[in-house]
Design a protein around this ligand. Structure first.
Ligand code: FPP
Length: 225
């Protein structure tokens, strides 16, 4: 099973408590850890987290800096933990924009976990669905010998998610009910789950409730019974 999450509401969580937005992100990082643990314990195959969108580069510089530092810190602190739980770590997005130190920490962690066989953790960083489709279209046009006869599956090989099955369930926290340029192509048949819970409050019980609710959904993929 593949679970994707749009982690939203860190800023509001902080504001409700009279704290800074960055405090919300720090607490949100604890929810990231909790959901990874739940996914490992419940034998989920793929967990995809929308950590930073292409649009997020437009946030104030100190907030962007804090988010990059938080990711750097999480990588440093969690490497052993991920390895001991057999988690394969991947980062997907337009990484050319990411600070070089973070980029090399990412590359190292991807490398050392590359043969892990448990949960695959996909962190989407500097990512947007339209960027992904556009970069795929450019590479498709440049490489495909017979584009006229190509199938959707042939095209999807150029998306950054090549080799990753499409999400079964997309969770969005904080009460917003939209996809915000996340996995546009990949969510064609994905079930959506919206919860008012703010991301820093979304922990193991909330993750498990979303998966439990999904188990009752009836998927038809556009077919009749
Ligand atoms: C959305 O809340 C959250 C983000 C843009 C960032 C998510 C990042 C983390 C949880 C930090 C750690 C990440 C990793 C992978 C270790 P928001 O700021 O949009 O909240 P708001 O809508 O209430 O303002």
């Amino acid at each position: 099973m593949h679970v994707a999450i749009i982690m939203d509401g860190n800023g509001r969580w902080a504001r409700e408590r009279g704290l800074e937005r960055v405090d919300g992100h720090r607490e949100g990082a604890e929810s990231v850890r909790a959901c990874i643990e739940a996914a490992v314990e419940d034998k989920i195959d793929q967990l995809s987290l929308f950590a930073f969108s292409e649009e997020n580069w437009g946030r104030p510089a100190d907030e962007v800096g804090t988010l990059m530092k938080l990711m750097m810190k999480s990588i440093a602190e969690e490497t052993e933990n991920l390895l001991s739980h057999d988690v394969r770590f991947r980062v997907l997005g337009d990484l050319g924009k990411v600070p070089p130190l973070l980029r090399s920490a990412i590359a190292t962690l991807e490398d050392v976990t590359s043969s892990c066989k448990g949960l695959q953790l996909n962190i989407f960083l500097s990512y947007s669905g339209r960027w992904d489709i556009l970069q795929a279209a450019k590479r498709f046009a440049a490489s495909e010998k017979e584009p006229e006869s190509a199938s959707a599956a042939d095209f999807a090989k150029y998306l950054v998610t090549d080799g990753i099955p499409e999400p079964d369930l997309l969770i969005r926290t904080s009460g917003e009910q939209r996809i915000s340029n996340f996995l546009l192509w990949q969510c064609a048949y994905t079930e959506f789950y919206f919860t008012p819970v703010l991301w820093p409050d979304f922990r193991k019980p909330e993750f498990r409730e979303a998966v439990r609710e999904f188990a009752h959904r009836h998927r038809r993929y556009g077919l009749v019974e």
